[in-house]
Design a protein around this ligand. Structure first.
Ligand SMILES: [Zn+2]
Length: 263
């Protein structure tokens, strides 16, 4: 009780410190959606971001130097997606490991005759249960500068963190609605519509990695919800509304429509 009182007092003090003007420049340059926040949203994001940067450890891996641009490009994207979630700083997340490119994870696959095939899989991001998140810096920057269509590895990994807030990573984040079963059912129906579109070779709002599981469907659809909300709403207005409930915000109202690639 005392600890949480002291912690909120400390967070308030950090949030009230002057925000460096150099940080504004970096955010404008490397987190494009920052320009569409209204004054009240920008203020909420600035306060959130200051606390996040003060509390989390950033580690450069594979020779990558952690600069303000690296920290702000990650924290700036995260601040926008958590805008509707109030004072949620993800206490379970302790450190962010940032790599100079895709990083390789050793994998094994059992083969016939008791032999194992050893190989390495390239990844752009991952969240580990011990409190670490790994991110590839080019992936982070592409997402921040909207250079990767509706993709953003930061939004993807934060969607997994939000999903895990209720204790289960199951594609269902904590919801402000009573009818959680109903939300889950409508989400499954959206996944079925998405998979049917893939099977029939129709264009989809986001890529087929979403078909891996309910967990990945929530994360990949959430990337599109923030990065190109009009595209998502055009493809599946029902899914857009479900994500609006989950994230407690409506990015369609601030993000301008992008030139359509599929109409
Ligand atoms: Zn994922």
């Amino acid at each position: 009780m005392l600890f949480s009182f002291l912690r909120s007092r400390r967070r308030r003090a950090i949030a009230e410190r002057p925000f460096p003007s150099a940080w504004h420049d970096i955010l404008r340059r490397s987190v494009k959606p920052w320009q569409w926040l209204d004054a009240a949203e920008a203020e909420t994001c600035r306060r959130w971001l200051a606390v996040f940067l003060a509390e989390k450890r950033f580690e450069g891996c594979g020779g990558l130097a952690i600069t303000d641009e690296v920290r702000l490009c990650i924290a700036g994207q995260a601040a926008i997606v958590t805008l509707g979630l109030g004072d949620e700083w993800f206490d379970s997340l302790k450190s962010l490991l940032v790599y100079p490119g895709d990083y390789l994870v050793p994998r094994t696959t059992p083969l016939a005759g008791g032999v194992e095939l050893e190989w390495k899989e390239a990844r752009v991001g991952e969240t580990w249960s011990g409190g670490s998140m790994a991110l590839s810096w080019p992936g982070v920057l592409d997402g921040g500068r909207l250079r990767d269509g509706p993709r953003s590895v930061v939004i993807h990994e934060f969607a997994h963190l939000v999903d895990a807030l209720d204790g289960d990573i199951d594609g269902v984040p904590p919801l402000p609605v009573r009818d959680v079963a109903g939300w889950r059912e409508r989400m499954s129906a959206a996944r079925e519509r998405f998979e049917r579109a893939l099977d029939e070779g129709r264009s989809t709002a986001f890529d087929d990695y979403a078909a891996e599981s309910d967990v990945e469907f929530f994360a990949v659809a959430s990337e599109c919800f923030f990065q190109d909300p009009h595209r998502l709403a055009r493809h599946d207005a029902e899914l857009y509304a479900l994500l609006q409930t989950a994230w407690r915000q409506d990015p369609k109202h601030r993000v301008p429509p992008r030139p359509s690639r599929d109409r």
